[in-house]
Design a protein around this ligand. Sequence first.
Ligand SMILES: [Zn+2]
Length: 671
Amino acid sequence: MAAKKVMVIGLDAAIAPNVYKYAREGHMPRVKHLLENGVCGINSYPPFPSITPPSWTTLATGATSASHGVPCFNVHIPGTGLDDMDQAFDSTLVQAEFIWEAAERVGRKAIVVNYPTSWPPRMKMGHQIAGAGLSPNEYRSRDVKQWEEGFKASLAYDQLWTTGIRVLGTDLDVEPAKGWKNAPKAAKLLEAKMPLEYRRAKDKVKDRSWYALIVDSEGKGFDRVLVCASKDAAAPLAEMRLGQWSETVVQEFDTAIGAMPAACKLKLLELSASGEDVTIYRTPLAALKGWGFPAGVEAEIPLKGLPMPYPGYLAYRMGWLDLPTLEEMMEMHHEWLAEAAHHLVANKEWDIYYMHVHTPDWVYHTYINSADRATAENEETWRRFHAAEINMYRSLDRLIARIQSGADENETVFLITSDHGAKPVGPNVNPGTILLNAGLVAFKPERQKAEEEGEEFSGQFKWEKQETHATGTLAAKFERLGEIDWSKTKAVPNRSCFIYVNLKGRDPHGIVDPKEYEKVQEEIIAALYNYTDPKTGLKPIQFAIKVQDARFFDMGGDGCGDVIYAPHPHYQGPHGGLLGSARAGEMGDVRTIFLLSGPGVKRGETIERTVWLKDVVPTLCYLADLPYPAQCEGAIVFQALEDPDMKVRECETIKRRYEKMRKSLDRAPMC
Ligand SMILES: [Zn+2]
């Protein structure tokens, strides 16, 4: 039986061999079922660079970055300054047709959930939820500069009110309760004002304060906190004992774009018996509309879990949250995605379902070095984070099972995929320093002098900046050197894997004559290959080519830099500038997941052939008789098919029958 529908669920940065291993060990029963009833491509690779926006774009268009125009985490528009970058999440940047746009040509519909580069929606007929960033209510539109503001949220990021001193915390001044209506009977009552802060708000939100009523119920010490919209405890927004989450709080807020309902939860993280020490965490304020297509569909989506712009990983890094609280927030994130998706899958007409879930990427950027036995500080740390990693995959398995339960197995092809894997963070290799040492970059002397008078330049980024290197803009790469002197600079690095020649006639401050272009490219490549890391004695650059050779690596087009390079897998962050073949540590692996099952697909087999992300779309189109997107460049993974010749045989049968019918009509007597 031929497939009628396709359902793609992508796990950002999931480590493919771990997914297969944990499934076989029983941690992921739904994925185990898919493995036993489908085909697993163990040599599946992301394109280069191994980074989020280009990979997801390829997965939904079948096109390489040379065609779809999204070469990295950011895009550089030729002719603008070489340090000018836009984030690459906007669907208007994608120059290729999405699988769901092609399907609409023949009246077939899609559901697209939380899919990077899909917002604003380009579909006309289906349903879409989120996609403007990595999570619902996160916005990475082009005007939000990555290293200035990073990203925006609707309504706002999370908040911590505390009587202690915490990074970015909001002060909580506890004093005797005064002027309350409907206060509960208690031995003692204290109060504290809780002004709301709207960090990273996409649209300005009108100031508001909540009020905490801290209760000593029986004179045995303070034991609970009520959070109220005003000093009236008749209908508290939240009531919590130590370590408890509140119920979901839903409130309407005045914003610059009008009244907006938003939801959050609170957790009481600290409450001393004396009532003097109180810490309350609020999850991000998650807008309950503005992320659905067609507009208004949001009202149908059940509010189970929370559509949070991010589930707490930065708060964890700042020391606000412990690991169990972070895991509880992951569950809220997954529950909302699963229930929203299930609602659409079960109630709307669809032929294509496409979804991205970001959790593994947040997890690995937060603690991969502790979860990998080769890099963990000690055995006890490894055990704790390894358990948390497995817990994440177990939660993802429940999400997959919930969504797939809305689809008919007899008519749906399921694909579990990913945009890249991850590996432990290694030492940094700084292309800026390499170019500087080779005399290809110059800085304004007064700034250099100031730098010299202050802190001596070490040639290395501070730790905090190491990770930004993967996607970092020019400013991040030269963070400690000051202002570039463009009149003496021949080349600069930018984004995860590109070096730009400062070319006359193309770039605003161009100094390199086009006749010298190739010579400068060669100087750059020589400098990269010649560099030896003074700390390790290793040559960190594994690969450096001219853009003229980019097509050979499925790259090219206007968005590409003039030289493309990749470091040795020992270096850099979990993925990004690394080749898809990079492996490091005990479990680090940048390959992707390819797990295909359903009508027309072999059962319980592993295939060795190389599967590229660009092969996904044509394979799905073939299986479910969908039109091929206009720029699709991949090939059908026919080794995964039960009978690769089935359609040829069907055509032959139809031709034979037609011939027979034509002949019998030719012989029909005239009357
Ligand atoms: Zn990613």
